[in-house]
Design a protein around this ligand. Structure first.
Ligand code: 0WD
Length: 261
């Protein structure tokens, strides 16, 4: 039996085939879910439509999470798709110049935009889709270790993830009376358009296989399979959690001697 047979999911944050959201959509579809997609801007529309076609041909609707009007229009456009059993938030934005150097040089406007798109957008998305969510459904957001630990150059992105993880907990409380679960997946580093903006990202990718208990980097599919679990009834009692899919890297307090060579 497929875990997500008869379930409907909305996946945000597909920009291209490397996006983590693409891996999530593929795995949700492989486990039987019907998947709808949002995209941000005409630039990525065709690419997202191709991925949607591979994943069962569900609807593809524009949604810019920095605009309440865009979110409302998206929710309206998706009414015909039916009520959702899973809502995936896989979105972040930080100005490139704020992903290198000192946090104290971050501009006020750069901070506000990063928080708006990377953190507040989960609140806005849930508000826009709250009537479209089935009772017992699952909301999930993508986060990173930099939310709680210092990761050089992740800077303001980490601060925004910290807020995002807190938002996950408060939304879990808000929606718990409807049995709706809200969780975060903390993914290990994966090469994508967004992650490549982080200063020294390739070095981060090099370190994980040397240090993490599982001695390897994670893939989009690894994250996608965790999303399947969170979207399924198997995780029916799991909410307000941050679940790591990072080969165990987050648990290391210190590198073994000489591990980095
Ligand atoms: O190592 C990594 N790649 C990790 C990523 C490790 C741990 C967590 N994450 C998180 C990211 O912070 C993000 O929350 O995973 C999520 C997805 O990121 P990604 O898959 O690494 O990156 P990408 O493929 O660039 O998708 C992020 C997308 C945007 O892509 P582009 O490249 O076009 O900026 O976020 C979307 C957009 O599709 N996005 C928006 N969507 C709607 N409205 C907006 C917006 N205003 N801004 C960005």
């Amino acid at each position: 039996m497929k875990l997500l047979e008869g379930k409907r999911a909305l996946v945000t944050g597909v920009a291209n085939k490397w996006s983590i959201a693409t891996g999530i959509a593929r795995q949700l579809h492989a486990h039987g879910a019907q998947v709808a997609f949002t995209y941000q801007g005409e630039r990525v529309k065709d690419g997202v439509s191709e991925i949607a076609a591979e994943c069962g041909g569900g609807p593809v609707v524009e949604c810019d999470v920095s605009s309440n009007e865009s979110i409302a229009a998206c929710a309206k456009a998706l009414e015909g798709f039916g009520k959702l059993d899973a809502l995936v938030h896989s979105i972040a934005f930080v100005n490139k110049e704020d992903l290198v150097g000192k946090v104290f040089t971050t501009s006020r406007s750069g901070f506000a935009q990063a928080m708006d798109i990377s953190s507040y957008s989960l609140i806005a998305l849930v508000n826009g889709f709250v009537d479209s969510l089935n009772d017992g459904s699952s909301v999930m957001a993508l986060t990173y270790l930099g939310a709680t630990q210092i990761v050089p150059n992740y800077n303001i992105a980490g601060i925004a993830k910290s807020a995002l993880e807190s938002i996950v907990r408060y939304l879990a409380f808000d929606l718990g009376d409807r049995g709706i679960r809200v969780n975060a997946i903390s993914a290990g580093p994966i090469k994508t358009a967004s992650s490549r903006q982080v200063g020294g990202f390739s070095r981060i990718l090099d370190v994980v296989p040397k240090v993490a208990p599982l001695k390897r980097n994670v893939t989009q599919e690894d994250v996608g399979d965790c999303a399947v679990y969170l979207a399924s009834d198997l995780s029916r009692s799991v909410t307000a959690d941050v679940h790591f899919v990072d080969s165990g890297y987050h648990a290391m307090g210190m590198y073994p001697p000489d591990v980095l060579g």
